[in-house]
Design a protein around this ligand. Structure first.
Ligand SMILES: [Fe+2]
Ligand SMILES: [Fe+2]
Length: 193
């Protein structure tokens, strides 16, 4: 049987307990890219009335960013920006942003977290909402970067005839970007394996 910590309440924990948990955690953390890719596949075949399914939209957003010469971390953000659709039905950008946060720059995190309001420029007015919701961020340093992400890649990625790269094409990128956290309270522990 796998080694387990002995405590019944955390306040009884010992250094030995935490050595056991620490070893398991490092192994578990290494599996994150696989879990992310597995979760992304849940979007396959989920059209929600759109011309392409949510997985194809994700692949197309990432493919367009890649073919436009974007860096690998940007492409991975583009690939994952809607992965929260399954569990964050009312706040999907925040789900993907939280998962990406340890691995990307503050700017890429911001783009992901706020793309919903910027994407709304293309459809909120059809739903009785404020098309200019993004204006609340007008003076933010990342306004233009987020506007550009939505204009060039996100809102443009609903073409059923576009030849997107398959998920396998992006898998190595996801693994590289998620190999090591750059901002996380646990980053130091991971680095010391
Ligand atoms: Fe989105
Ligand atoms: Fe999207």
């Amino acid at each position: 049987m796998a080694e387990r910590a002995a405590f019944r309440e955390m306040k009884q924990g010992t250094a030995e307990d935490w050595a056991v948990i620490g070893r398991d955690y490092r192994e578990f953390a290494r599996g994150l890219p696989d879990r992310v890719l597995t979760h992304l596949k849940l979007l396959d075949g989920d059209f929600g009335g759109f011309p392409v399914c949510r997985l194809e939209h994700s692949l197309q957003t990432a493919t367009r960013a890649h073919r436009d010469g974007r860096a690998e971390d940007y492409v991975v953000m583009a690939l994952l920006h809607d992965m929260g659709d399954t569990l964050g039905s009312y706040n999907h950008p925040e789900v993907a942003a939280a998962i990406l946060k340890p691995f990307v720059s503050e700017e890429l995190h911001w783009i992901c977290q706020n793309h919903g309001a910027f994407q709304g420029y293309y459809y909120f007015h059809f739903l009785g909402m404020d098309q200019n919701a993004r204006e609340q961020f007008r003076d933010h340093p990342h306004f233009e970067a987020c506007r550009e992400f939505c204009e060039k890649y996100d809102q443009a990625a609903f073409d059923p005839d576009y030849a997107s790269e398959p998920l396998e094409f992006f898998e190595p990128m996801v693994r590289r970007v998620m190999a090591k956290p750059i901002t996380s309270a646990y980053a130091k522990a991971i680095a010391e394996e």
